[in-house]
Design a protein around this ligand. Structure first.
Ligand code: NI
Length: 169
């Protein structure tokens, strides 16, 4: 969990950069491929889910909305539209947190979809952890569809190859 706003801000900025790096690697023509099981999301659908997540959480905890009042009725459009919406929403969220939240607020106990946890815990698990979870799914779908995967916490296989090095086993 986060106990101070400044630590969250730094971490969030870095996570947003990573998410945009991943979204930017998805070619439009491959963004709507659905893998071979009924009901699975496409890359674009997962990316759009991440753009909407802050407002979905905010709807429960009285934050936002950051994409707009009608965020739940919006549709994603192109990958570039998704990236723009994600960029706008994540920046608006951070501006709200930095302006209106105190370190003490992060200790407030919240109820989110039946889970009780501190607001700093919500930031760690439902804001950042949830995003990492879906990015992991996306990198698998990307790999299986021959889309180059960017490294986020370290070089990806493709980046090792581009550097002319042998990827770690
Ligand atoms: Ni999700």
């Amino acid at each position: 969990m986060f106990r101070n706003v400044k630590d969250f801000s730094e971490n969030w900025n870095s996570e947003v950069d990573s998410t945009i790096k991943l979204f930017n690697a998805i070619p439009e023509e491959k963004s709507e491929i659905v893998m071979n099981a009924p009901g699975l999301r496409s890359l674009k659908a997962i990316a759009w889910h991440l753009a909407q997540t802050l407002d979905a959480i905010g709807g429960q905890l009285r934050w936002g909305p950051y994409l707009g009042e009608n965020w739940h009725e919006m549709s994603p459009g192109s990958m570039l539209d998704v990236i723009e919406a994600y960029r706008k929403g994540s920046a608006a969220f951070l501006a709200d947190v930095e302006k209106n939240w105190t370190d003490t607020d992060l200790g407030t106990i919240e109820t989110l979809w039946g889970h009780q946890m501190s607001r700093g815990g919500v930031l760690a698990e439902f804001v950042i952890g949830h995003q990492c979870h879906h990015r992991g799914q996306m990198t698998i779908i990307m790999r299986l569809n021959e889309i180059k995967v960017p490294g986020l916490y370290g070089p990806s296989y493709d980046e090792w190859m581009d550097m002319g090095k042998t990827p770690l086993e």
